[in-house]
Design a protein around this ligand. Sequence first.
Ligand code: FPP
Ligand code: MG
Length: 300
Amino acid sequence: MDMLEAVERKIGQFIAELNDTEVAALYAKLPHGKRLRAKLILRIAGVSLPVVKTAAVVEMIHAASLLHDDVIDDAYTRRNKPSLNALYGNKTAIMLGDILYSKGFFELNNISAEVSKIISNAVVQLSLGELKDVSLSKTFNTDKDVYLEMIYQKTASLIEASAGAAAILAGKPKEPFMIYGRNLGLAFQMIDDLLDITQDSETLGKPALHDFVEGKTTLPYIYLYESLSETEREKLKAMHGKVLSKEELNWIMVQMQERQILMKCYAQARELIDEAVELMNALGEDALSEIAMEMIDREF
Ligand code: FPP
Ligand code: MG
């Protein structure tokens, strides 16, 4: 995927313009990730200067949000490597996030008013979603709609806006692309939440059932709760937000297996992807289904 090279170069140029050797060195230490948002933008809109700039800005905002998220989540690994906060401390991670974020916003102003509006609105949503995630983890949330709204804001909003911005730049109708992006984003976060349960701690680079220990009742826990008896519900509730013993961990896993909870969640994510693919097929945008599959085919 050579088109992504243009985006990497643009981000490199934006970083170089900051004229700060410390920031350049810190940025060089950041693992790139899959650049899914940039790929999505390029697939929808092709390669042109405004498109490459938009993709670069979105990836910088995304990187900033993960830098902050790892501080908020006390996460010491990111993409199987030590996170920036683990290497250099919270202060450096927060400030690098602020620098990437504000430089991104500065550059966004040079693209188009409509693109700037759609992306900046998504960042508001992203921040509201992250706060909601933090607040919800202090309670035992069993409301599926509240969870879905939170992941829409936290994760799907920026992917939805990326697709919308790309459609605007390409002169395509933005609504179907935004629905496509929204579905991809929701499915992506659902899978992320499933991986927290299915992957062993070494592969994931964080302790087993980290989300639940952190107080997050993601979709699998909501469905599990719904399927439990009153006494079992109390038992699950009592484990929430605490470090779990081996027996407790095992009990949760057995309950999940017996009730086929993970399959149910995967099927729900899959449904969103299928809907997104159908929508694109109807528009003759077959290439976009490949990206949709990438969202869902992650290591389990
Ligand atoms: C990852 O969630 C976090 C997000 C998708 C959004 C984070 C947003 C902010 C910190 C708001 C601030 C925004 C800016 C631009 C400075 P997760 O913890 O569920 O996923 P993970 O498994 O990747 O950590
Ligand atoms: Mg996190």
